[in-house]
Each structure stands twice: as structure tokens, then as C-alpha cells.
Design a protein around this ligand. Structure first.
Ligand SMILES: [Zn+2]
Ligand SMILES: [Zn+2]
Length: 254
């Protein structure tokens, strides 16, 4: 399995960067995980988007879904030899309504996304398969319903924590994973009754609790600094720690 970071920014893109987006390749599939602002252009630098089999969405915040709109335009308005691509769009409950509003509000036709993609609303309690990739979900605490996502293939596991506040469920879900990618949005914790993100130190605590083989921090602003986020996480986790950079590639298994 191979993971390419397309966008690692938090809710506002870094200079030249993109919000949440990762290309997951394995089991004969190419899957885009999240599609935040700037991700579609980054995707096009590494793969022909006609070859994407499915898009999986962790949650419906703008910084994780906005580029579905230009992606749909790229499917519908480009001239194709033969039928245009029609990738699966695997999205959380509530997605049809949010997608309709997103397109209406953007002066597109309300069914812009549904015309471009083969939309499936997933039940976070139900695993699913995308070709040879096994996909599982774990609801995590955030300001709206959000789901950690795990991809497994040929004995290798990649666990993406989505946006989340402190969560024992996430640590349990990620137990023993080969690569845990966790958000490190905050410079310091939010008030205890309003948690929806993590500091890099807390991300490290989750990796330690999960016994993850490797930790990659994401969803941090460049202003926080790669060294600072890694140093913070390493105070809590003694395994390998890296900070995601756009263009970073992680290979698991084989
Ligand atoms: Zn986010
Ligand atoms: Zn979010």
C-alpha cells in the first residue's frame, strides 16, 4: 500500500499547499481520501484523475470536501474519448444534503456531484471493500460527526484519524497499526468541554496508546513548524515520528 500526501494543511491552506487530501494506492485501487481545497490540483500532479476508483470522505467539513466541486467539473466538462469516469464517492451520513447545498450555493446545479460521482453513503459501523482494499471506520469526537478511516491490504494497515479530539476509541481502533496518521492542529489544548482537535503531544499519546509502528502528524499549519510538532509528539511516543509534507510518500508492506 502506498500513501501520498496531497494536502496536509489545517482548515486554511499553507502557502502553496492544500487542505486534507491523501492518495491511497493498494489492492489494485487508487483511492482519494478526503478532498479539501487545493487537493484536486495536487492530485493531478501525481495521477490522472480518470484513474481514481473511489473517493472516501472522513467528515463533511469544508476543508475536507470543497474540492469535490471542481473535481466534478473536471469529470463533467472535460471532453473525453468515450464515457467519462464515474468514480465511487463514499461519504458519511448527511452527505447528499450537504453536497446539494454546496453546489446550489456555488451556483452549480444541485446534482452536480451526484452526476459526476457514484455516491454511496456509508454506515460507520459497517466495514466495506474497495477492490482489494478493506476499509473500516471509527467515529471520533469532533464538532460534527467525523470518522477515522482504516485501509488494510496484504496485511498492512494505514489508519487515518480524521479531525478528532482526544479519543480512546481512536487508540483502540488503531491498535497495532503500521502507520497512524493523526491530526496535530493545536498549539495548546482547547477548553476541556470543547474538544475537537489535538495538539502534537496528544497525537503522540494516541500513537503510544495504540502501539502504532509509525506516527505521521498532519492537519498542522506550517507556522507551527515541522520540528516543533515532531518534537512535541516524540515526548509522548518513542517510535518513528514524521510530519506530513505535501508530496510525502509512505509505503507499507511488500
Ligand atoms: Zn479539518
Ligand atoms: Zn473538521
Amino acid at each position: 500500500m502506498r500513501i501520498t500526501v496531497l494536502g496536509k494543511s489545517p482548515s486554511f491552506p499553507d502557502a502553496g499547499g492544500a487542505c486534507s487530501g491523501y492518495l491511497v494506492e493498494g489492492g489494485g485501487q487508487k483511492v482519494l481520501l478526503d478532498c479539501g481545497p487545493g487537493v484536486f490540483a495536487k492530485l493531478r500532479t501525481v495521477v490522472d484523475y480518470a484513474d481514481i476508483d473511489a473517493v472516501v470522505i472522513s467528515h463533511l467539513h469544508a476543508d475536507h470536501v470543497m474540492d469535490l466541486v471542481p473535481y466534478a467539473s473536471g469529470i463533467r466538462y472535460r471532453s473525453w474519448d468515450g464515457a467519462p469516469p464515474h468514480p465511487r464517492l463514499i461519504a458519511p451520513p448527511g452527505a447528499p444534503d450537504v453536497f446539494t447545498k454546496l453546489c446550489e450555493g456555488g451556483s452549480m446545479s444541485p446534482d452536480h456531484l451526484e452526476l459526476a460521482f457514484d455516491l454511496t453513503v456509508y454506515d460507520p459501523a459497517e466495514p466495506l471493500t474497495i477492490g482489494g482494499l478493506e476499509v473500516r471506520f471509527q467515529p471520533v469526537p469532533h464538532y460534527i460527526p467525523a470518522n477515522a478511516v482504516e485501509f488494510a491490504c496484504d496485511g498492512a494497515r494505514f489508519t487515518f484519524g480524521a479531525d478528532c479530539g482526544p479519543s480512546e476509541d481512536l487508540a483502540r481502533f488503531a491498535s497495532g497499526t503500521d502507520l497512524l496518521m493523526v491530526e496535530a492542529t493545536l498549539l495548546e489544548p482547547e477548553p476541556p468541554d470543547d474538544r475537537g482537535h489535538l495538539t502534537p503531544f496528544e497525537a503522540g499519546e494516541h500513537a503510544a496508546q495504540a502501539g502504532a509502528k509509525r506516527l505521521v502528524l498532519t492537519h498542522y499549519a506550517d507556522e507551527a513548524g515541522v520540528d516543533w510538532v515532531c518534537d512535541q509528539a516524540a515526548r509522548a511516543f518513542d517510535g518513528p515520528v514524521e510530519a506530513a509534507r505535501e508530496g510525502s510518500i509512505y509505503t507499507l508492506g511488500e
